[in-house]
Design a protein around this ligand. Structure first.
Ligand SMILES: NC(=O)c1ccc[n+]([C@@H]2O[C@H](COP(=O)([O-])OP(=O)(O)OC[C@H]3O[C@@H](n4cnc5c(N)ncnc54)[C@H](OP(=O)(O)O)[C@@H]3O)[C@@H](O)[C@H]2O)c1
Length: 334
């Protein structure tokens, strides 16, 4: 079978399509024929800078895959051959708070990922996918959707009528927008593109702000909320946007700290003065993934897939993500 491998620090164009042995599942493991894998900003960073992550070579990238179970190892009872499953980002995080053990079980990082035709995963590291989703759609769930769910439902405890600020129209933010719509919360979303903002309005954004036209987008968000600020900000920008995110959030509101898209300086003063709860999020546990899938199935939510590439085109898919023209998710069909 074939797998894409990171074999050097040469970046996207140095990815190698290798012929490797089809893996056999050990005790408690399952083999999955991957039908689709989605790309996250983190996968792009991993391919571009494996040295920063101290990755051994070769390393198969990507955390998010969906496919069909083709073999099970000894002791596996809750997963059967033929089941449609998605990978859990962390192979060892069942429930509760994150731990060092969980962090050391990330696919496409500490462990080989799923940009391959067949992979072996822990039986406790896969979840059934909602019936109404194709594998291409289901492959978008493990990282971007679960992180957005953790921010909106887990950390944010968002209620109908709450206001939520989302930054940009990438994978995490568009799932967060869809979850706000599901809950009945009012989402304000920013983008550098009016065209993308128009699409965001079509799928339920309450208000939009072009952050390229309004570098002081926090002031715009304050105006849109009558000078109060939002209840929750889903912070995917990082150091370069955090201060304005805090500025856009109401007194005693919450900022879910997720992303590292931008660099910059952070002044903690406003976090203190506004009594902001600043909570870091690292994807989420399997239990939360199952809860999210139940909600997605009940709602009929369809992930927003911007573009799908063929398996041999994986490097082109990474370049597309890097180009940031996408709205929602970029997927590789395997
Ligand atoms: N902590 C975690 O567990 C976790 C999980 C998932 C993702 N993340 C992180 O979250 C971030 C987003 O991930 P993703 O996969 O959703 O990325 P993505 O799909 O690649 O999102 C890219 C989009 O981000 C927007 N963006 C870029 N700079 C921005 C800025 N200064 N202000 C507002 N928006 C900006 C742009 O939207 P427009 O084109 O609309 O301007 C761009 O298209 C990344 O840093 C990623 O590493 C963390």
């Amino acid at each position: 079978m074939r797998a894409w491998q990171i074999v050097s620090d040469g970046g996207i164009d140095a990815l190698k399509l290798a012929e490797v042995e089809t893996p056999e599942p050990g005790h408690g493991q399952v083999r999955v024929r991957i039908e689709a894998t989605s790309l996250n900003f983190r996968d792009l960073m991993t391919v571009k800078d494996p040295v920063a992550r101290k990755l051994p070579y070769p390393r198969v990238p990507n955390s998010d895959g969906a496919g069909v179970v083709t073999a099970i190892g000894a002791g596996v009872t809750e997963v059967a051959v033929g089941d449609r499953v998605a990978s859990c980002f962390f192979q060892n995080w069942a429930d509760g708070a994150c731990s060092v053990g969980a962090m050391n079980s990330a696919l496409g990082g500490a462990l080989d990922g799923v940009l391959a035709e067949e992979v072996v995963l822990e039986a406790s590291g896969v979840v059934p996918v909602p019936d109404h989703l194709s594998s291409i759609e289901a492959a978008t769930l493990p990282c971007a959707a679960l992180t957005a769910w953790n921010a909106i439902v887990g950390v944010g405890k968002t209620k109908p009528g709450d206001t939520v600020l989302l930054l940009g129209t990438g994978g995490v933010s568009i799932f967060a927008l869809q979850f706000c719509r599901m809950i009945g919360a009012r989402a304000i979303i920013t983008s550098s593109s009016d065209e993308k903002l128009a699409r965001a309005s079509e799928i339920g954004a309450w208000k939009t702000v072009n952050y390229a036209k309004h570098p002081d987008w926090d002031a715009e968000v304050q105006k849109l909320t009558g000078g109060v600020g939002v209840d929750l900000t889903v912070e995917v920008g990082g150091a370069g946007t955090l201060s304005r995110s805090v500025g856009a959030t109401r007194v005693a509101g919450t900022v879910a700290l997720i992303g590292v898209l931008t660099g910059g300086q952070i002044d903690p003063t406003l976090i203190m003065r506004k009594s902001i709860t600043l909570q870091g999020i690292y994807v989420g546990p399997r239990r939360m993934f199952q809860d999210m899938n139940a909600a997605i199935a009940a709602d009929g939510l369809k992930p927003v897939v911007h573009e799908t590439f063929g398996f041999e085109e994986a490097p082109t898919a990474f370049h597309a993500l890097e180009g940031a023209k996408h709205f929602g998710k970029v997927v590789v069909a395997v």
